[in-house]
Design a protein around this ligand. Structure first.
Ligand SMILES: [Zn+2]
Length: 300
């Protein structure tokens, strides 16, 4: 008898032990943010990991199945995922998370977007026609997005609304403290000149006062060409312009970086662009710790 009551109790309480909000994210930074805010209330999956270029992935069946069950889809947007998300959405056929519905959260729509082109020549292959989509590289953007996201989660799961709001408040408090500490450390980086592989870092540059002087890609999304690299070598070679770093993300080939670095003496540096992009970048806090550690290590 007691056993029956116990089993009945388990059956009644089992659903409570499950997450209340199924979150599917396009990029790992938004998965990390959803967990910071929602904690055990959320079950998360990310379409991409830090060693994949979020511009290009395959709409695999396992991703379609996860998106089909999601209550909330969080993506950077600004056409970062244009190559695969529309197909994934159409195959998943989940109206809750379609753009325009409250289950779709486009992070870039909440922050001031940089590099919005006056006109776009798609024939040249520019992959940032809506402005630069790599918004996570400035922690002030994450601050704004966290506030909006906590509100959206509360809206989608009203029974736990207070817990999401509180999760948001707690995160913001810790995040603001972290930003102040990062800014204390980063002062010496202001004005440093950087060559970047892809325009992945404009928000980081804007935050830290780094100056982008060249890109290894001739146009965003077009891999470095021999011609373009020779031009850079002329620019930064002997008696040429100076720069402090050649920066690339973990999913970019190191070939062009190292080629230019060897010939110019400018240090080539890998920076994690999102959570999981280096051994140390295990959450949003350690992501920015590690970015600064790496920049400052070259500096010292
Ligand atoms: Zn890009």
């Amino acid at each position: 008898m007691h056993r029956c009551i116990y089993l009945a109790f388990l059956l009644i309480t089992a659903p409570l032990a499950q997450a209340d909000l199924r979150v599917f994210t396009c990029e790992p930074e938004w998965e990390a943010l959803a967990v910071e805010i929602g904690g055990i209330l959320v079950k998360t999956d990310s379409a991409t990991h830090a060693l994949q270029d979020p511009h290009y992935i395959q709409a695999r069946p396992s991703l379609i199945a996860k998106l089909r069950r999601a209550d909330l889809l969080i993506c950077s947007g600004a056409e970062l995922e244009i190559g695969w998300l529309p197909q994934l959405l159409s195959k998943a056929n989940n109206p809750n998370v379609r753009p325009g519905n409250i289950g779709y959260f486009e992070a870039s729509s909440f922050v001031p977007r940089l590099d919005v082109p006056a006109s776009v020549d798609r024939a040249k292959g520019d992959m940032h026609p809506q402005g630069n989509p790599h918004i996570q590289a400035n922690p002030h953007n994450i601050l704004i997005i966290a506030q909006a996201l906590a509100g959206r989660m509360a809206q989608l799961d009203p029974a736990n609304a207070d817990r999401y709001r509180q999760g948001g408040v707690d995160f913001l408090e810790r995040w603001q403290e972290a930003i102040a500490a990062w800014e204390d450390r980063a002062g010496v980086l202001r004005g440093k000149r950087v060559v970047v592989h892809h325009k992945s870092w404009v928000y980081l540059q804007d935050w830290l006062g780094l100056v982008e002087v060249a890109t290894l890609e001739p146009v965003p999304g077009v891999p470095p060409t021999a011609n373009h690299l020779s031009e850079l070598l002329r620019m930064f070679g002997e008696d040429g312009d100076s720069a402090e770093y050649i920066i690339r993300a973990p999913y970019q080939s190191d070939k062009a970086s190292l080629w230019l670095s060897e010939r110019t003496g400018i240090p080539a540096l890998l920076l994690p662009l999102t959570v999981g992009g280096s051994e140390d970048a295990t959450d949003l806090f350690s992501l920015f710790d590690d970015i600064l550690d790496r920049l400052l290590e070259v500096e010292s």
